[in-house]
Design a protein. Sequence first.
Length: 283
Amino acid sequence: MKTNIRVIIEGSTDFPKELLDKIGVKVVGINIAFGEENYIGGVDINEETFYQKMKGCKELPKTSSPSPEKFIEMFDCEEEEILIITLTSKLSSTYSSAVLAKNIYLEHNPGANKRISVVDSLSGSIGVGLMVYKANKLIQEGKSLKEVTEYLEDIKTDIAFYGVLNTLDNAIKGGRVNPIAGKLINALNFKVIIEISEGVVKPIDKARGESNSLKKLLEIVKNNVNDTTNKILVIGHSNCEEKAYKIAKQIEENYEYKDIIISSIGPVMGTYTSEGSILIAVL
């Protein structure tokens, strides 16, 4: 029997829309600005248009965390229990905004009989998508908000999350990589391999060319994931779906996972990964 829990995420979460719709998750949009042009990610700009616009910009688009009011709007619902899962607090103020929204709402609505839980994912993108997927399984089993929250807090550091950046163009634009070093790495066709761990993104390796970098990525995943038959693997792609399906086929032929899910990477994570990048998360 399903419990009476509303699940809320914000627009930085990447997961197949059809699955999020099936779960019934509510999404708080994130604002994306290309200069004077403002969009709500996933609402009035799709991934293909976003990446096309980003290629033509000298500066990265600006993203901004949702205000507490945006979360509060989601609290007026039939459900008595509300679960919010946010992007890592080490990269965004979204978690703080959601906690503030919870406190304001409960203070001003003492008779609302609501229980609200906010979980800092210490992850992002498809990592948060995995947590939503797992949370929904527990909700469908009839677990309480407290039980689901405790489970998420317990497993959030168990997510194996790696990726390959196809180019450092966006890292250069964002001032995260020295322009001369970044352009040299691009010119030599080196791809940077990253890890998302403990709430931060860090480079851990590199390889020359797409084939070598993806091979190394799969080796890293293999070396850091045990008991694959009980785990879900998600492949995120920055507007390169064909590449993602090739990787999925390779994984299916060599490893046995409980499920493999493919998702596009939206504007928030895509601002930093740039087009052509691949992310893999396992839980």
